[in-house]
Every structure is written in C-alpha cells, then in structure tokens.
Ligand binder design. Structure first.
Ligand code: ZN
Length: 294
C-alpha cells in the first residue's frame, strides 16, 4: 500500500471537526499521484460511486468504455496493462462482461483483490427462477446503490486506512444524495397514468421494483424476438395503451423501431450507464415520467 503523509490525515480530521456537517466530497489536498489507490471498475456509474467515496485519494479506470455494451464488450491489450497496475477491482457482480473477462483480469494481476460490490444484495436475494438469469443491473436502483457504496467504502478503508475519516464522511454525504434522488424519482413518477413500460433491453427491473413499475422486454434472453413474439408484444402493448419503446445508447434495436412504428409511437432513448449517476438517474426518471403519462 502507498505510504501517505500524516499531515494529510491531520488536516482531514481538522476539516471534519470544523463543522457539524459531513465534510465536502474532496479535501482539496494535493495527493502525490503515486500514492493514490488505483481502482478498476467495470462500468461508468461505478466510477462515479468510487470517486464520490474516494475523492482525490483514488484514481479510477473504467473497463467498459462509454458507448460499449456490458453484454459483449471485449478488452484491448492496452487495458490488460492498466489492470496489471491496479490496486483493487470493484465488480458489479454478474454482468456478462465480468463473467467472461474475470479469468483474464485476475491472471493479469493475481494479487489484486476483486470485490463484488453486490455481495450483500445477492446474499439477500432469492434464487433466480428456473431458466432465468440473475438480473445484473443492480446499479439502476438508488436503494441498492446505497449497499454497493458501503461495500466500496469498507474495501477502500481496508486498502488505505489513513483515508478512513474521509471515506466515511463522503459515504454519509453520498448516501444523503441517494436518498434525495430516491425522493425526486418518487415525486416525478407520482402522477403517471400507467405502470407498464415497453423496453428493448430489460435493464430497469430493479428500478421498476423500487417504484411500482412493470417492465415488458422486447429482447428475449439477449436476442431479438421472433416474428411471433413481436406480435405478442404489440398486442400486449396496445391493450395497455403503450405507444413508445425505450431504447438505450448501447444497443441498436431494429425490432424496437419496428414495434414502435406498429404502435404509432417512437423509440425513446434512456441511458442505463450514466457517467454522472445522480444527474443521469434524474434525467432517466424525467423520461420515464413522460413515457408513463403520454
Ligand atoms: Zn444490460
């Protein structure tokens, strides 16, 4: 572990004592770049979680670049180099990218701890139904993100005990922001006309469960639907008064376009991998509000 100047820790503690409010996200203290904790994450929202907890004590590398899909992304040789230099890797838990790439990642850096940030969530959840995979999109529920940032905080403290006060203060601030986000989403969705939404790639199951919504997926087990399945989806959507289909920037979806035109609606894009989580989820909730009240 990198050595740190104890003056930094003293100043952090002083800044914590200075007010009753939890400390700001960052200390503003310059930290020698060679002393930072080098963190790997799989997806963009996780990088935001780690930066919110770690501030300037961490340096984060995202393995799945913007625009790529966690379902089928393959790493480049240059990324293997980055992996070999990292101190710790936080996984989402069960996204297909991780299932495929974990052996390569751990052989590139055998001593690096790999922390499953969903370990608490998966322990609580019941066994998935037969024939159905565990839903990997755990970051799209603010209440589940609160559990993931706790795992991140615990692990950073273990790696870098001198940062403990900062990490804990930042956890408190960020947890408060997630609670506010949760209230904002509830407020936005309060006047909706229906609970059902139609979506190409079913990423929003945990979000739907949190807010009393119901997800109808076009994609079946990661594949385009058959013509017969498309007809069934169109019939179900008409019965429920649904016109629009939700798409995502990471999936091109011709069947979604075809279904939307049959319903005389449109494909509305909602990003399930926001780089700024709180802002991105606010925008997503606004888009859901419009789709559920059209
Ligand atoms: Zn997905």
């Amino acid at each position: 572990m990198p050595r740190r100047f104890s003056i930094t820790a003293v100043l952090i503690i002083l800044s914590l004592l200075a007010g009753c409010q939890p400390a700001a996200k960052d200390t503003g203290m310059p930290i020698n770049p060679s002393d930072t904790v080098k963190v790997l994450v799989s997806i963009l929202p996780q990088a935001d979680f780690v930066k919110n907890i770690g501030g300037s004590r961490v340096e984060v590398t995202v393995l799945i670049p913007p625009g790529a899909s966690p379902e089928d992304y393959e790493m480049s040789p240059r990324q293997i180099q980055k992996i070999s230099e990292a101190d710790i890797y936080f996984t989402v838990g069960s996204i297909p990218f991780e299932q495929i790439s974990l052996p390569r990642i751990s052989s590139a850096n055998p001593d690096m701890p790999i922390i499953n940030t969903s370990e608490d969530i998966m322990a609580e959840e019941q066994e998935p139904h037969e024939g159905h995979q565990h839903d990997p999109h755990v970051w799209l529920s603010p209440s589940l993100v609160k559990e993931q940032v706790q795992v991140i905080t615990r692990s950073l403290i273990k790696m870098d005990p001198e940062g403990k006060d900062l990490y804990e203060a930042n956890l408190e601030v960020y947890t408060g922001e997630l609670d506010e986000l949760d209230l904002e989403i509830k407020g936005l969705l309060a006047d909706r006309h229906r609970d059902d939404f139609l979506i190409y790639h079913p990423a929003w199951g945990y979000f739907a469960a949190d807010y009393g919504l119901h997800e109808i997926a076009v994609e079946k087990d990661g594949k385009e639907p058959t013509a017969q399945e498309m007809m069934q989806i169109i019939t179900a959507a008409r019965e429920k008064g649904i016109k629009n289909v939700i798409g995502s920037p990471q999936h091109s979806a011709r069947s979604a376009e075809a279904i939307a035109s049959q319903l005389q609606g449109q494909v509305k894009v909602i990003d399930p991998l926001p780089a700024d989580y709180i802002a991105g989820m606010g925008e997503a909730a606004q888009a859901f509000k419009e789709i559920l009240t059209d």
